[in-house]
Design a protein around this ligand. Structure first.
Ligand SMILES: Nc1ncnc2c1ncn2[C@@H]1O[C@H](COP(=O)(O)OP(=O)(O)OP(=O)(O)O)[C@@H](O)[C@H]1O
Ligand SMILES: [Mg+2]
Length: 266
């Protein structure tokens, strides 16, 4: 594990109690409404910070957000540099990060070396499907260009994208799927969708996200935050659960960044 220190982000626990890790690179999480994508988003955000503490890079990260539903990131005031809600703001954040990426590329680093002055950047995009369903073709074209640039070249400039989507079909995810190094399926609608998100043969290799029952009051939300991803520790897919993150947890996390930053005007 020591060679991998600083490159793995804990997301939750598997059925045997082992830690399930994502690679610290672009991450796609897909699941129907109420499947617990929020848990995975916060596990990654908080996990990245903890991982950086462990590798002597404490605080060397800036979070950016795109939240079309004004839900998951709406209450954040200090922990994110910027959260974009409406379409023009969303495009503006994407283009800003492309600009940062181009500047960093001019530094000519073979692989990204973070520092206090040159922190990692994590862009969290909730409702990722909204890009593909937009009827505004100019906007959609510009979003696609920026996203494609960030997903194909961002990692080596220290920019990581976490995308959360309700739908995992090819037409819903667009041309981006293969850029995501870690892909996770929470409860999805069909076996076909499982194969599209996780890759053909995923079902044969142990992935059954289409069989996860909906979380509800009657089952005590026991299936929320449950998903399948490729195991880094063994061959095939494993089931894991991201821990529940309450509104209070998020607020406490946010407040802990108060000293770094004055409040957003969002
Ligand atoms: N890990 C978890 N453990 C227990 N309950 C959870 C967990 N994750 C989520 N929940 C419960 O399930 C609800 C729905 O979760 P969440 O909002 O993350 O779903 P979602 O996938 O983001 O849905 P949507 O697509 O509608 O935004 C939460 O409000 C919470 O009550
Ligand atoms: Mg959500």
């Amino acid at each position: 594990m020591s060679a991998e220190r600083g490159t793995l982000v804990p997301l939750g626990l598997t059925d045997t109690g082992a830690v399930f890790y994502a690679v610290f690179s672009h991450l796609l999480v897909v699941g129907q409404t109420g499947s617990g994508k929020g848990s995975v988003i916060w596990a990654f955000v908080m996990g990245v910070e903890r991982m950086l503490v462990g590798s002597g890079q404490a605080g060397w990260v800036r979070f950016y957000g795109i939240d079309p539903k004004r839900a998951e990131l709406a209450g954040v005031r200090y922990g994110f540099e910027r959260v974009a809600f409406d379409p023009e703001e969303q495009l503006d954040v994407l283009n800003d990060l492309v600009r940062v990426m181009r500047e960093r590329q001019c530094l000519g680093m073979r692989s990204f070396k973070p520092s206090r002055e040159l922190p990692w950047i994590v862009l969290v995009i909730d409702e990722f499907n909204s890009f593909e369903v937009s009827a505004d073709l100019r906007w959609k074209r510009e979003v696609r260009a920026a996203l494609s640039a960030l997903l194909s070249q961002g990692r080596s400039a220290g920019i990581v994208v976490l995308a959360a989507a309700q739908q995992g079909q090819r037409e819903a995810i667009g041309p981006y799927r293969d850029h995501f190094v870690t892909r996770i399926a929470l409860r999805v609608g069909s076996r076909v969708e499982t194969d599209v998100i996780l890759g053909s043969g995923a079902v044969e290799n142990g992935a059954l996200p289409h069989e996860i029952p909906p979380a509800s009051v009657s089952n005590g939300y026991r299936t929320a935050g449950v998903g399948y991803g490729l195991s880094l520790a063994q061959s095939g897919f494993v089931r894991f659960r991201a821990p529940f993150v309450s509104d209070d947890d998020i607020q406490a996390w946010d407040e802990s960044h108060k000293s770094n930053k004055t409040a957003n005007n969002n």
